[in-house]
Design a protein around this ligand. Sequence first.
Ligand SMILES: [Zn+2]
Length: 312
Amino acid sequence: MGRKVGVIAAVLTALAGLLAVYLYNRITFLDHDAVSDSVHVIYGVGGNVAVLRTQSGAVIVDTMAFPIQGRRILDLAERLGGGPTQAVVNTHYHADHTHGNPAWPIGTRIVATERTRAYLERFDPAFWEGSAAGSAPNELFTDRHELRIGGKTIRSFYLGRGHTGGDLVVLFVEDRVLHAGDLFFNRRYPNIDLEAGGSVQQWAETLDRVLALNFDKVIPGHGPVTDRAGLLEFQRFIAELAEFARESAAAGKSLEETLAAADLERDGAFEEMSIPFLFKFDRDFAIRRAWEEASGIVQPVELSAPAPAKNH
Ligand SMILES: [Zn+2]
């Protein structure tokens, strides 16, 4: 009997070891692709990373989900980006776009909106008080921010609510490439963070303002790089979702009735995203969040100032 237990324990230890190796490899694996002459995208576990090559070095947008990934991204990005990191931009506060930050030296310029910084402090304080202290965004703006680095222009814009209440988009001006962050999930059901100021109802208008910028290619927060038509496809889905939820809430329908009556058509090619026991972004999730907003059941958490809508 004792020997059997010993064998089982040995097998379990070996399996745990294999699982750890598998997870390490899965988390640290990065793929990358050229988007323009000077812009690359890095794909991995977490939000898509953009790298701009300048004459002075790399400008990096988002850092994925783990410090250990951040170290891999830093190495790859500085090779693709022509030298040491000149600045990092965080599109929004979510862990899968910011938790790689601690890989960069303290004092690196890290650009984000003021609201993103406030959401980090409100929803994710433990991470940024621990070993990541000093790695949170340190160059903050409200509406618009510009960097001129190594012959390139990097413009960040806050254009309204959508995925959260603080998302920015980054325009690589000379390359006509946009990183849209999680305001754009390409052919995937989006996460909708109502608690942090996200809004299905305002999202499509925010995307109108994104589409008014001068770009040809767009890097989404999740999914493959695409063009303006790809972003329009997502906007049509968001608009359809918002209208359906508005009508359902106005008719006083319950969530169950709303889910049962859903006849959305714009998401035919969409994929689900999930990690078992953690989250699942699928059609029912999108409908539930849209209904919760339209019925007034979920309100954004109060920060010092409400998330500015953009009406111009
Ligand atoms: Zn996100």
